[in-house]
Design a protein around this ligand. Structure first.
Ligand code: SF4
Length: 341
């Protein structure tokens, strides 16, 4: 196994939010016991030469001692340094004036913040009263400390009329000019979200491409790669390939707070579980990881894309998807019917 590097992310602390678009799906918060981090990494050490360890897979830095935690993540990693990406906790940004300094020290220069509309809508979608104001406070606190915010927004039929007002708010706050002063661009981008976890439950209000307001079209991520559901159904009706997610490069594994082991392909639902680190032998778990063997992946090999379209596609629907998201929608619909009815 030495030739493949492993990225290992464990849900040690949970998340303060319950976003209606959460691609992982909602899971209970349960702080894992002291020593869980060492125990998890030790289980994989005999099988991989390189392991990048992360103590979070939901909200980053959602533990009071986040500085020590980051050092610990680096220490526990083997021949690898975990990356910071452009992710941070807006919950902490709004509460802790020291936190942006830590982010800078860790090499972060831009932080992505997620909005769902204006105040009431964003609060409802994040699952917490006050979330919208926290996002604005986080934006200001980032800028004050020389860090750029990036606003990500999720569009659907319910919030589409609010998002141009959010774009206007970013201009009123002079975010493009203030980011330019820091040597970079302000990014405001719109997308419909994936088809995993909680967001797939919003299928009934998924945006139709022609309903994306004109002001948002230049800000829509991969606009030209969005297709209507009916177009994709026609295109794939007789397709005999299979929808099988696959790790091309390094292996990325998630560990839930009850030691369930998952690939990072889609939501963390039971059919996608590879096994459990406490109850399954490690040799067998590693075999399943290498051979990409889980109940969902076995089931995915038994049905073609064309069959999925004929069973679950709506040939009258104008809902917008990119190709990979629609494949995930179809496959997870099949798996939900197969495993939960
Ligand atoms: S999307 Fe991220 S912040 Fe929101 S509930 Fe899921 S893990 Fe938490």
């Amino acid at each position: 196994m030495g030739e493949k590097a492993l990225t290992l992310a464990a849900d040690l602390y949970g998340c303060p939010n319950r976003c209606l678009h959460c691609w992982l799906s909602h899971m209970p918060n349960r702080r894992m016991e002291p020593g869980a981090d060492v125990r998890i990494v030790s289980l994989f050490k005999p099988y991989f030469d390189s392991i990048a360890f992360y103590s979070w897979l939901r909200e980053p830095d959602f533990c009071p001692d986040y500085r020590a935690r980051w050092e610990r993540d680096k220490q526990l990693s083997v021949n690898a340094i975990p990356a910071r990406f452009e992710l941070a906790s807006f919950w902490r940004l709004a509460r802790d004036a020291e936190y942006p300094l830590f982010l800078k020290e860790a090499g972060v220069s831009c932080v992505q913040l997620s909005f769902f509309g204006l105040e009431d809508t964003t609060d409802r979608y994040v699952g917490r009263k006050g979330a919208f104001r926290e996002l604005l406070k986080a934006t200001e606190r980032l800028l004050k400390n020389g860090l750029r915010p990036r606003w990500q927004t999720f569009i659907n039929e319910e919030n589409r009329e609010e998002l141009p007002a959010l774009l206007a708010l970013s201009e009123t706050m002079e975010l493009p000019r203030r980011c330019a002063e820091l040597g970079g661009e302000f990014s405001f981008f719109v997308h419909p979200g994936s088809c995993d976890g909680e967001n797939r439950k919003l299928y009934s209000i998924r945006i139709c491409k022609e309903h994306i307001p004109a002001a948002l079209v230049p800000h829509t991520l991969d606009y030209d790669a969005l297709f209507s559901e009916k177009d994709l159904c026609r295109r794939w009706r007789d397709n005999t390939s299979h929808v099988i997610p696959h790790n091309d490069g390094d292996i990325v594994l998630y560990v839930s707070n009850d030691y369930g082991l998952f690939f990072n392909f889609t939501h963390m639902r039971p059919e996608w579980r590879i096994g459990n680190l406490l109850t399954d032998p490690m040799d067998e778990l590693i075999r399943r990881v290498v051979e990409e063997d889980s109940p969902a992946l076995r089931a995915a090999r038994e049905i073609t894309l064309g069959e999925l379209v004929r069973l679950y596609g709506d040939e009258s629907s104008d809902r917008a998807f990119d190709m990979e998201d629609y494949k995930a929608y179809l496959l997870n619909t099949y798996l939900e019917r197969r495993y939960r009815t």
